[in-house]
Design a protein around this ligand. Structure first.
Ligand SMILES: Nc1nc2c(ncn2[C@@H]2O[C@H](COP(=O)(O)OP(=O)(O)O)[C@@H](O)[C@H]2O)c(=O)[nH]1
Ligand SMILES: [Mg+2]
Length: 266
């Protein structure tokens, strides 16, 4: 009996502080994925009418890259555990954290991957990068060199992914350690790079928590919006697609069964 219960209904409800009803705004309009005030109308209508297809059951992979000690682990921990632990080390063997949201009434999950410190050796396994929908490139706003290295991190991440299917974020961390004057200087350079690589720019502090929740809410919202739009596009062209698929499946079945006849086990 229990196997008949849909998987989503046996999960506990989404935390009340993970409910997104409005599109969070970008940190800087000059370097934003888009600057619209609200979710796309088609997306809003689809959510109201519960026409979001499989989006509610899908999980988007998010990877976090950047130099060692720029604050990647602290950023993830501040959001997922609302904790800041100076001595925290990524646990080897635990690859990612799951974060469940509800966006416009639809469940949506992010899988946040953290490295176990392999960036020290510049040899992150390709499985870490593969299949990422969102790439978060992190630098320390007090360390110009770490900003300079972001292009290399991007290149590595895109080697394993289709660049057109990836949403990019450039995030400056440890904002609490810099004076307003120092910060605004590095922000100029960061905005330039963000625009060049088509990333949305954010600056945060995992120590104080400044902008951390806002940032991840924006990530979840944009990823969700993109997925619903893709789903709508797919269902719009489904009629033609399905006819082709049925025909080709029956052909395959026919040839497959003919081929199998001599001996089905290898
Ligand atoms: N002051 C301050 N220190 C931070 C912040 N984020 C990280 N750190 C410190 O930077 C160091 C490296 O952080 P960690 O998250 O382990 O970096 P990772 O190697 O990129 O994962 C640790 O000592 C943290 O305490 C922040 O927002 N503010
Ligand atoms: Mg780490």
């Amino acid at each position: 009996m229990s196997a008949r219960v849909p998987a989503m209904s046996v999960l506990p409800p989404v935390r009340r502080d993970r409910i997104i009803a409005q599109l969070p705004q970008p940190f800087r309009k000059e370097a934003a994925f888009h600057t619209k005030d609200d979710f796309n109308n088609k997306v809003k209508t689809a959510c109201q009418e519960q026409r979001t297809g499989t989006v509610g059951f899908k999980i988007s992979k998010v990877i976090v890259v950047g130099d060692l000690a720029v604050g990647k682990t602290c950023l993830i921990n501040r959001f997922c555990k609302d904790a800041f632990d100076k001595n925290y080390k990524a646990t080897i063997g635990v690859d990612f954290e799951m974060e469940r949201f509800e966006v416009l009434g639809v469940p949506f999950s992010l899988q946040l991957w953290d490295t176990a410190g392999q960036e020290r050796f510049k040899c992150i396994a390709s499985t870490y990068y593969r299949g990422a929908q969102i790439v978060i490139i992190v630098f320390d706003v007090n360390d110009v060199a770490s900003l300079g290295h972001t292009r290399q991190w991007l290149e590595d991440a895109l080697k394993e992914n289709d660049p057109t299917g990836v949403q990019l974020f450039l995030v400056g961390t440890k904002k609490d350690l810099s004076s307003p004057a120092q910060y605004s200087q590095i922000e100029q350079d960061a905005l330039k790079i963000a625009k060049e690589i088509h990333a949305e720019y954010w600056a945060v502090s995992s120590m104080t928590g400044e902008n951390v929740k806002e940032f991840f809410f924006r990530v979840a919202s944009l990823a969700f919006e993109t997925n619903v739009l893709a789903e709508l596009e797919k269902s719009g062209s489904r009629q033609i697609g399905d006819i082709v698929r049925i025909n080709s499946t029956s052909n395959n079945l026919y040839t497959a069964s003919k081929k199998k006849q001599p001996g089905c086990c290898q």
